[in-house]
Design a protein around this ligand. Structure first.
Ligand SMILES: NC(=O)c1ccc[n+]([C@@H]2O[C@H](COP(=O)([O-])OP(=O)(O)OC[C@H]3O[C@@H](n4cnc5c(N)ncnc54)[C@H](O)[C@@H]3O)[C@@H](O)[C@H]2O)c1
Ligand SMILES: [Zn+2]
Length: 357
């Protein structure tokens, strides 16, 4: 088992990464809790809920299952979970366990952040993408006017990452998660990037996977420790996300996964970056890697005006300009502001590259 400790302004929390950890919760949870509420989705419940419940024999356990998918990050599910917690007499000394991907982690984390003004919660990520979402304490639900618009910074008490659970993920979820690891490598770990760009996702061994997750989480840990509330360096984690959020919002969540959208967004950000640096950003190698691993690479026929409008709505945009994270070099991210006209020019060139102009 690998382990690290994340420091926050309120407390430090451990991250455990290893095999079969879902059977060892009794050892990993040191505190005594009056009740434990496991929140999961219906896909993960069928696969792992029994294992998790059975390893919590010292605690009274309650379970709540939400439908799998982004739509569960809603005020409706949020309210229903608060009702479950209240009806089961949970109190300020109870624990919530978020068992699942980023959807469950964000939702359960926000329930924990607000139930009786905040109770302990633990993240048990079961997707590769959730190596990112389970660390850093951002929790949220969606508003119909925007994604993650209702939320908090509320760090977990622990992250328990049983990497055996990743084996049941479908290919597009593996691609989705790996895009975020490549992102972390691009902004802060060049050797990791060079290694990853040689790899085919279907040929990665278990030891390699654990190491990649560990290195990706290490990048995230370092950044969130330096900037917990996203006032400066934490924005670098949005590399590739400006275009990605626009594509996701227009296509509707679910057409492509978050990470697949980020993968396209990073290719765009690399092309734009090339105008501002002479350093080699491995863009061609990255593009080949996307192809080799079956990432969709398209703007889906969406008009550039629509993309630009959504890019401006992205909550990271300042003073009406579009904000993007670019790379001065691999491992050297920087924030740039753009006018609509400049972005339009870059989008045109990008569409041409994708044979969509
Ligand atoms: N809080 C943050 O810092 C942060 C960062 C990045 C993303 N996010 C959020 O994370 C969410 C995306 O997370 P995600 O990609 O994990 O999505 P997800 O939670 O929807 O999981 C993806 C799919 O995989 C299924 N699944 C989960 N674990 C499985 C397993 N072990 N085997 C088989 N199927 C499994 C789920 O049921 C779902 O259908 C988005 O809502 C995004 O906003 C949050
Ligand atoms: Zn992301």
């Amino acid at each position: 088992m690998k382990q690290m400790l994340v420091k926050t302004s309120t407390h430090d929390y451990p991250i455990y990464i290893g095999k079969s950890l879902r059977f060892k919760l009794n050892e990993l949870i040191k505190e005594s809790y009056t009740k434990v509420l496991i929140i999961t989705d219906d896909v993960v419940a069928d696969l792992y809920l029994d294992d998790v419940r059975n390893s919590l024999e010292h605690f009274p356990v309650i379970e709540a299952v939400v439908p799998s998918g982004e739509a569960s990050k809603s005020i409706k599910e949020y309210y229903r979970l608060q009702t479950v917690a209240l009806k089961n007499h949970m109190d300020r000394r109870s624990l919530i366990i978020a068992l699942g991907g980023g959807v469950v982690g964000d939702l359960a984390g926000f329930v924990a952040a607000t139930f009786m003004r905040g109770i302990d919660y633990m993240q048990m990520p079961t997707t590769i993408l959730a190596h990112d979402s389970s660390v850093g304490g951002k929790v949220a639900i969606n508003h119909e006017l925007g994604k993650n618009m209702i939320g908090a910074f509320y760090p977990p008490k622990a992250v328990v990452y049983d990497i055996d659970t990743i084996r049941s993920l479908p290919d597009h979820e593996i691609r989705s998660g790996f895009a975020e690891i490549v992102k972390e490598a691009y902004i802060a770990n060049k050797p990791l990037l060079e290694e990853l760009l040689h790899k085919k996702l279907t040929d990665i061994s278990e030891e390699e996977l654990i190491r990649y997750l560990y290195e990706g989480i290490s990048v995230k840990k370092k950044i969130v420790e330096e900037d917990e509330k996203e006032s400066h360096v934490r924005k670098f984690l949005n590399f590739g996300h400006t275009l990605a959020h626009a594509l996701e919002a227009i296509l509707g969540y679910g057409t492509i996964t978050h990470g697949e959208a980020v993968a396209i967004g990073m290719l765009f950000a690399l092309r734009v970056s090339e105008h501002y640096t002479d350093h080699d950003l491995h863009t061609e190698r990255y593009k080949k890697w996307l192809d080799r691993n079956g990432y969709p690479c398209s703007l889906y026929g969406i008009s550039h005006d629509d993309i630009i409008e959504k890019m401006k709505l992205d909550k990271k945009a300042a003073n009406e300009q579009i904000q993007m994270v670019l790379l001065k070099a691999i491992g050297k991210p920087e924030i740039f502001d753009f006018t609509d006209e400049t972005i339009e020019k870059h989008l045109q060139a990008f569409a041409k590259e994708l044979n969509e102009a």
